[in-house]
Design a protein around this ligand. Structure first.
Ligand SMILES: N=c1c2ncn([C@@H]3O[C@H](COP(=O)(O)OP(=O)(O)OP(=O)(O)O)[C@@H](O)[C@H]3O)c2ncn1[C@@H]1O[C@H](COP(=O)(O)O)[C@@H](O)[C@H]1O
Length: 96
């Protein structure tokens, strides 16, 4: 599944921190902000953008912003050393 593939790439970027990696940059503390603050700020921004897209009722923008929000949520989970399968297990647990 594409989300699992992207998750593995995110984990690799956090570990290896290659240059020109968006994930590596976002998950590294800098002089001004800690990584966790940067990640959480991004999640806040993307949530707002998704809400605005939904209110404008623009399907393409809703999809685009939802992908951004899901991506940054995955970065947070990976940064917190949570495995993708643990997220899936939570959904399994809730399944009726
Ligand atoms: N799926 C994504 C993905 N979705 C969104 N983004 C980035 O998330 C950011 C979203 O921020 P904004 O919406 O605010 O857009 P922006 O105008 O670029 O704003 P700033 O971030 O510059 O402030 C953009 O810079 C996008 O490039 C992503 N960056 C990477 N990926 C995946 O993550 C993997 C690792 O990426 P790198 O770390 O760059 O190698 C890639 O292989 C991709 O599969």
């Amino acid at each position: 599944m594409i989300l699992e593939e992207v998750y593995e790439i995110i984990k690799k970027r956090i570990e290896e921190k290659p240059e020109n990696s968006y994930v590596a940059k976002l998950t590294t503390d800098d002089e001004k902000k800690s990584a966790i603050n940067k990640i959480c700020e991004k999640i806040g921004e993307e949530s707002t953008e998704l809400i605005l897209a939904a209110k404008d009722d623009k399907k393409d923008e809703i999809i685009y912003e939802a992908a951004d929000l899901i991506f940054h949520t995955m970065v947070l989970l990976a940064y917190k050393n949570i495995e993708f399968k643990e997220l899936l297990q939570e959904f399994e647990r809730r399944r009726k």
